[in-house]
Design a protein around this ligand. Structure first.
Ligand code: PMV
Length: 314
């Protein structure tokens, strides 16, 4: 049996602007993860068990664009069964997929499943893949389900390190000068990133110069935040989060629920807060002094958060 695990992720700064080639910062969240087990099977076919989504099926019975089937099909497509010694078809396997990452909430659940599944298959079948290859495969899957993704999710999940991401540029991992604590809070509202990305594109097409200026300002926030994190001056991030949130509100990708949690976090003593990811639902983040983390988490739950995670970025 072969296993592989991939973490969730959270975007600290720069979502949406990153689609327009401005920098964004994202970090892995190891408290939540997708886990995959692959083992040889006594029966023919590739059998998939994913109890979280109530999936118990043989690969060939799934539609080709099914999120899990598409990863497996993409993995096998460049491989020749005969050269690999599998005879005419694919090797008989049993695959079990579990995940503690909430879906459609900006925590990278799709990318984490793609990466863990690809790596488990590659290891089990002795088909070595570089991190770049794993990330590219996961990016292809993101494209099927999200339209025009920037590639930030598959990158941070594959490398499981803090990433300064610019679309189309080589991976840039940054150092955290001093650990800091964030509270992640879930509105409990699943929100498809595809729709908020599409709506921002409409705004941009209608008034490019206005939105290019906003994206530039967000890009400067991401750049400044990276420098602050590297220098260990994490307290500076609070104000930058507040500024970034205001731009996301202007883009109309926040929501009353997200704004309520952001305000509750600030009122409870967070140094700054913002929505994270596609928006309209999903998660928000708040920067806190470690000793205030539990109080801020409690306040956002009282303000309606369905779940909170306290995590240290280090
Ligand atoms: O909702 P998430 O965390 O997958 O984030 C999407 C981030 C966007 O910038 C809105 C889209 C993208 O592809 O980068």
């Amino acid at each position: 049996m072969t296993t592989s695990s991939s973490p969730g992720k959270i975007i600290l700064f720069g979502e949406h602007a990153v689609v327009y080639a401005r920098p964004a910062l994202a970090v892995p969240v190891t408290q939540i993860h997708a886990d995959v087990e692959v083992r040889d099977s006594p029966r023919a076919g590739i059998w998939i068990e994913a109890p979280n989504i109530d999936l118990h099926a043989e690969l060939s019975t799934l539609p080709a664009d099914h999120p899990i089937a598409s990863v497996i099909n993409k993995f096998f497509s460049p491989l020749s069964p005969r050269e690999r010694g599998w005879g005419e078809g694919l090797p008989p396997l049993e695959i079990t997929i579990t995940s503690t990452i909430p879906v459609a909430s900006g925590l990278g659940s799709g990318a984490a499943v793609s990466v863990a599944l690809t790596r488990a298959l590659a290891l089990h079948l002795n088909c070595p893949m570089t991190d770049d290859e794993v990330s590219s495969l996961a990016y292809e899957i993101e494209k099927i389900h999200h339209g025009t993704p920037s590639g930030i999710d598959n990158t941070v999940v594959t490398y499981a390190k803090p990433v300064y991401f610019v679309k189309g540029q080589p991976i840039d991992i940054f150092k955290v000068g001093h650990p800091f604590t964030i509270v992640i809070a879930d509105t409990g509202i699943p929100a498809p990133t595809k729709e908020s990305v599409r709506d921002v594109r409409r705004l941009w097409m209608y008034d490019r110069s206005r939105w290019e200026t906003v994206f530039d300002k967000i890009g400067i926030i991401s750049f400044t935040a990276r420098r602050a994190i590297e220098a260990g001056r994490w307290e500076m991030l609070g104000e930058l989060m507040d500024e970034n949130h205001a731009f996301l509100q202007e883009m109309n990708v926040s929501s009353p629920e997200l704004d309520r949690l952001v305000q509750a976090a600030r009122d409870a003593g967070a140094l700054g807060a913002k929505m994270s990811g596609g928006g309209r639902g999903g998660n928000m983040i708040a920067l806190v002094n470690a000793d205030k983390a539990e109080a801020v988490a409690r306040s956002v739950r009282e303000a309606g958060a369905k779940n909170t995670i306290v995590t240290q970025v280090s």
